[in-house]
Design a protein around this ligand. Structure first.
Ligand code: MTE
Ligand code: MO
Length: 200
């Protein structure tokens, strides 16, 4: 199976590969609000809820049955570093959405996580194959500090739009804000426009 290279996503936003005000790093810093949550594969559950035709629940084993793809992606942190060429294997957002059947009135999405974090995006900004529910990073299971066993990545947005330890998605008929979006980080988070903070 090949690797889909999506490191050209910046072209869509008329920007350079390295967004303005970012520094390229080879390291992969960990940024978490709280401690890394414990993962017990027997208790783990992933739910799809809200404005869908069928609410879904996946056990760990069931989630492993979903089709995955491997992509090469860049990662931009709002605190000013970018890490290029990360290889992520995961399930695409559209794959999950299609299985649940998104209702016509759904316009927005909220991601939930095992540490209580949440983050939101408009539906159309999620219905992109590079929005991945990541299982593996550079060929190995995603390290727990980086959100393993499952996290979201959003290479078209600053990385706080990607929930680590993601355990559910809710389709919404009205926009809502997640953890950082309520606390001053930009709701839109486009790195090529430097949408870092909400100006109040
Ligand atoms: N569940 C959860 N997801 C999260 C966070 C968090 O604290 N909890 N931090 C966010 C922020 S602010 C960033 S920059 C990235 C950091 O990912 P990393 O620790 O793998 O670098 O995860 C995002 N997703
Ligand atoms: Mo962040």
């Amino acid at each position: 199976m090949g690797v889909r290279d999506v490191t050209d996503v910046h072209e869509e936003f008329d920007g350079e590969r390295l967004p303005p005000g970012q520094r390229k790093t080879e390291r992969f810093p960990v940024l978490s609000l709280k401690d890394t949550p414990d993962f017990d594969r027997d208790d783990w559950e992933f739910t799809v809820r809200g404005a869908v035709e069928e609410e879904l629940t996946f056990s760990w084993d069931e989630f492993q049955e979903l089709p995955t793809e491997t992509q090469r992606q860049d990662f931009h942190c709002v605190t000013g570093w970018s890490r290029f060429d990360n290889e992520f294997r995961g399930v695409t957002f559209p794959e999950i959405a299609e299985r649940a059947g998104v209702e016509d009135d759904a316009v927005h999405v909220m991601f939930g996580a095992m540490d209580g974090y949440s983050t939101n995006l408009p539906l159309e900004e999620c219905m992109r194959r590079e929005v991945l529910f990541v299982l593996d990073f550079d060929g190995d299971p995603l390290p727990s500090d980086h959100g393993g066993p499952l996290r979201v990545v959003t290479p078209h947005k600053y990385a706080y739009k990607g929930a680590k330890w993601v355990d559910g998605v809710t389709f919404l008929t009205e926009a809502e804000r997640g953890y950082w979006e309520k606390r001053g980080y930009s709701n839109t988070a486009n790195p090529w426009n430097e949408e870092r903070y909400t100006t109040l």
